[in-house]
Design a binder for this molecule. Structure first.
Ligand code: HEM
Length: 233
C-alpha cells in the first residue's frame, strides 16, 4: 500500500474512474493534449531552476542549428542534450504519475505476497522513477545521467525504472508523437528566446494531485528574442 498512499484520494480515484469510462476518441484527445503541455511546462521550470543546464541546451542548439533559421523536427534527432532534458523532466514529473489499471488474470505470488486473480493494480510511476536504489540523487535534475550512466535507459516501456508512457499492451499509443512534440516545442522556445524567471525566487515545483500532474503555481517566464529579427518573419 505504501506506493499508493501519496496519491490515494477521492479526487484522483474519481478522475481515474471517469477516464476509464471515456470512449477511445475522448481518451485520445485528453491523453494527447494535457500531457504534452505539462511535460513542456515541467521541463521549462526545471531548466529555469538549473541555469547551467539551460545554457547547455541553448549552446547545443546554436552548434547544431545555428541562429540563421528556426529549428525543425529533423534537427531534434541531433540534439542529444535536449532529448536528455525531456527524458529527465519525464522522470521527475511524469505527466501521468499513476499508471492505468491492470487486472491480474491468474493467481500469482509476487515478492512473497499472494495476489488473487481479479486484483487490480495501479503503479506509482512517480515513486518508481525517483527510487534512490536506481537513480543517484533521485530528486536532482541531471540530464547528463541519460548521456552517461543511464544512457541505455529509454522511455518506451522496456525499462521498468522509467515508465512515463507506461508499458505493455495498454502503454501510451502516443509515445512517439508525445516525445517528438515535447522536444520540438521545447527546442523552438529555447532557440528563439532567452528565458528567465520573473523574480529571484526559484520556480515553485509543487505538483497538483490529479490524473495529470500539473504545476500548482502557473509558470511565468520572461522572454527576450535571441535570434536576428529576420528569422522570426
Ligand atoms: C508527453 C506526452 C504523453 C505522456 C507523458 C503520456 C503518458 C501516458 C500514460 C502514462 C498512459 C498510461 C499507460 C499505462 O497505463 O501503461 C497513457 C495512456 C494513453 N495515452 Fe498517452 N501520453 C502522452 C501523449 C499522448 C498522445 C500524444 C496521445 C494521442 C495522440 C496519447 C494517448 C493516450 C491514450 C489513448 C492512452 C490510453 C491507452 C490505453 O488505455 O490503452 N498520449 N499516456
Amino acid at each position: 500500500m505504501d506506493i499508493l498512499l501519496p496519491y490515494l484520494n477521492s479526487i484522483v480515484l474519481t478522475a481515474i474512474l471517469l477516464f476509464c469510462m471515456l470512449s477511445a476518441k475522448e481518451s485520445l484527445i485528453i491523453g494527447g493534449t494535457d500531457t504534452i503541455t505539462v511535460t513542456i511546462i515541467w521541463a521549462l521550470s526545471l531548466l529555469l531552476n538549473n541555469p547551467e543546464a539551460l545554457k547547455n541546451a541553448q549552446e547545443e542548439l546554436d552548434v547544431h542549428v545555428g541562429k540563421d533559421r528556426l529549428v525543425n523536427e529533423s534537427d531534434t534527432e541531433r540534439l542529444a542534450y535536449l532529448q536528455a532534458c525531456v527524458k529527465e523532466a519525464l522522470r521527475l514529473y511524469p505527466a501521468g504519475p499513476l499508471s492505468g489499471f491492470r487486472e491480474f488474470s491468474a493467481d500469482c505470488t509476487i515478492g512473497g505476497y499472494c495476489v488473487p486473480a481479479g486484483t487490480r493494480l495501479i503503479l506509482n510511476t512517480h515513486k518508481i522513477q525517483r527510487d534512490p536504489r536506481v537513480w543517484p540523487d533521485p530528486s536532482e535534475f541531471k540530464p547528463e545521467r541519460f548521456l552517461g550512466s543511464h544512457k541505455s535507459v529509454d522511455v518506451k516501456g522496456q525499462h521498468f525504472e522509467l515508465l512515463p508512457f507506461g508499458a505493455g499492451r495498454r502503454a501510451c499509443p502516443g509515445t512517439a508523437l508525445g516525445l517528438q512534440m515535447s522536444r520540438l516545442v521545447l527546442a523552438s522556445l529555447l532557440q528563439a528566446f532567452e528565458i528567465s524567471p520573473p523574480s529571484n525566487e526559484p520556480i515553485d515545483m509543487t505538483a497538483t494531485a490529479g490524473l495529470t500532474s500539473s504545476p500548482a503555481t502557473p509558470l511565468q517566464v520572461l522572454v527576450k528574442p535571441r535570434l536576428p529579427a529576420s528569422v522570426y518573419e
